[in-house]
Design a protein around this ligand. Structure first.
Ligand SMILES: NC(=O)C1=CN([C@@H]2O[C@H](COP(=O)(O)OP(=O)(O)OC[C@H]3O[C@@H](n4cnc5c(N)ncnc54)[C@H](O)[C@@H]3O)[C@@H](O)[C@H]2O)C=CC1
Ligand SMILES: CCCCCC(=O)CC\C=C/C=C/C=C/[C@@H](O)[C@@H](O)CCCC(=O)O
Length: 281
């Protein structure tokens, strides 16, 4: 998939990975609508990219992904401004184990909302031209982080959502590919979480495991992860792909096709299923 002439929408684009993803899309010739709830960060990013790529190549839209109205409006403005939509990256995310409901609203509900809006605009049965959606999950979408249980849940949710919708797209002929990106730790402002007592909540005492996990899983710079994102966008064979990104590079996760193939340990019981349990006194 060549990116010249394509139009992308990226959430959480004001800083960190979303900024890096917008940068690589612009570098490869796409037009980009950058969405973020942080207006200052978004406007600064737009100024930097205008110098690099020219003013007409991007727009910044203030948008909180938890607001259905704001996100719908941002999709609409993107299409009004650039005339089409081909690539959507639902990337905005936070870490907050104290206010976990807010985190679920952003990391999971915001991604579901963005994915459904992307499908509405891009899928062929609605008159769209097809396209690709890449949802930012995390390695925490593949295995647990003990001091981030609700964050882990949101990222497993993003992986499951992307895989299920990829199957729906294939079966329903939507013409839209849906993939998930699962990076290890990335050097972005998000990592300040580890030193923020308010955000760690009840799991503060377990945060001493973080350096150990970082040592094991590794730390990446944004441009490396952005390159992996680009593979998921441009490789037209990839739908339902889940890419883990570590210092060793990108690797596609091979899930069993059928849940019956998942390795499992049988439960042994001395009781037959029909035999009632002895009531406890
Ligand atoms: N930094 C890391 O180690 C890793 C991050 N990720 C994921 O990558 C994504 C991006 O994270 P980073 O760039 O590291 O974080 P970051 O904190 O540097 O940037 C996130 C951006 O999203 C924006 N944002 C947050 N809530 C929003 C909302 N409700 N609506 C719109 N924009 C919102 C923020 O204003 C910020 O500009 C997240 O989904 C995160 O979970 C995944 C793996 C590792
Ligand atoms: C300050 C915390 C911010 C966290 C941001 C992240 O999303 C970081 C994620 C980084 C690493 C996660 C590692 C998880 C590891 C294990 O659960 C492991 O079992 C994953 C297994 C993956 C596999 O090989 O299939």
């Amino acid at each position: 998939m060549a990116l010249s002439g394509k139009v992308a929408l990226v959430t959480g684009a004001g800083q960190g990975l979303g900024r890096g993803i917008s940068d690589i899309l612009l570098k490869n010739g796409a037009k980009v609508a950058m969405l973020d709830r942080n207006e200052t960060a978004g406007k600064n990013t737009k100024v930097d990219f205008d110098k690099k790529y020219g003013e007409d190549h991007s727009i910044f839209l203030t948008c909180d992904v938890t607001s259905d109205e704001q996100l719908k409006g941002a999709f609409q403005k993107t299409i009004e401004r650039f005339g089409r939509l081909d690539i959507v990256c639902n990337n905005a995310g936070i870490v907050d184990e104290s206010n976990w409901e807010k985190m679920v609203d952003i990391n999971l509900k915001g991604v579901i909302r963005g994915t459904y809006l992307a499908l509405k605009h891009m899928k062929k049965e609605n008159g769209g031209a097809g396209g690709v959606i890449v949802n930012t999950a995390s390695m925490a979408g593949l295995g647990p982080i003990l001091f981030l249980p609700a964050y882990t849940a949101t990222k497993h949710g993003v992986v499951g959502l992307s895989r299920a919708l990829a199957e729906a797209s294939k079966a329903g002929g939507y013409g839209v590919r849906i993939n998930a990106l699962c990076p290890t730790f990335i050097n972005t402002p998000l990592l300040s979480y580890l030193t923020d007592e308010e955000l760690t909540g009840d799991f503060r005492p377990l945060c001493h495991f973080a350096p150990q996990l970082q040592e094991m899983a590794g730390m990446l710079e944004v441009p490396v992860v952005a390159e992996s994102f680009l593979h998921l966008v441009t490789d037209e064979d990839k739908n339902g792909a889940v890419m883990m990104v570590t210092a060793e590079g990108g690797a596609y996760i091979n899930f069993p096709q059928n849940v019956m193939e998942v390795p499992k340990t049988p439960v042994t019981s001395t009781r037959t299923p029909t035999e009632p349990e002895t009531p406890s006194k």
